[in-house]
Write a protein of this length. Sequence first.
Length: 338
Amino acid sequence: MIEENARKASSALGRVTQVKLAMQRVALIYNPVSGQVSSRRDSAVQGALGVLCAAGIAADLFETNEPTGAAAHTQEAVRRGCDTVIACGGDGTVHAVLQNLVGTQVALGVIPLGTANALASNLGLLGSPAKVAEMLLRAVPVRVPVGRIHFYDSAGNPASRSFLVAAGVGADALLMSRMDARLKRRLGYILYLIEAFRVWAGGSFPLFDAAFTAYGSNTPRLIQTSQLLAVRVRSFGGALRELAPGATLHSPRLHMLAFRTQSRRRFMRFLLAVLFGRHTFNGDIELLEAASIQCQALNGSTARVFVEADGEVLGSLPVRIEVVPDALTLLIPPNAQP
């Protein structure tokens, strides 16, 4: 089947094969349970593999249905000497692959098959797997910073993760903790909207402390906030476009949304403004820039505050979030503006 797909793909690669390819040996890590269920998904992924093979790339397909499997396959790809690993799934699959590529020279590529696909949307990698594979053939390997979040896991042990899209403390992490994997495969993006409404209607939005020094200032700040989102991308795709103006994968700083309010009405007003591209930042909702931030529970508080990165629920407070420079090689299409 691979040879057949390669022959079909070769006709679409006339101008691509004239370009010096950034990839030579590739591991494509495929998560068949990402996003909504589709009977055509396996053949579509084979089409993407065929595009790579037709371009003269040595490409292997690894299938996994859990994050630990994606991580293990990534480690194996690095050991085999692959110059590129392509995460073929959702942001969770990308997140699992990312952990074993940070600090190496192995490039990360993305073929979106998930529900939100925030990173792929930000990079302009939209379309069928075969089409995205063609775009990756023209992509440029670029060294970028990554976010790093230090937290305590469910067993109370210190841990850390890298992230590319965003890391959140508070309501958004609570939302992610309520997502049911089976329902997400059936309902897709609609489930995010349903659970967001449930969190808005029934959440308590407990406050916590956030300490940081704003970019351009020498004065430390301590604020109380119910939601903090450290953003690394310009667009989240879907309904949340241009959520944090100025955020970019190339930035050496964190761009952070801090909700200094527990008001449900204020949360709703802001989210509705985001949907129409009219949101502003002042008073109880701030847009901040800093090199790092430390979050911890208020003195005497017993409320549990969840923590997430790239949509994966990690644990709870206390948390430190920072940016690690020159950490990852990312395949970015020439016309993308991440």
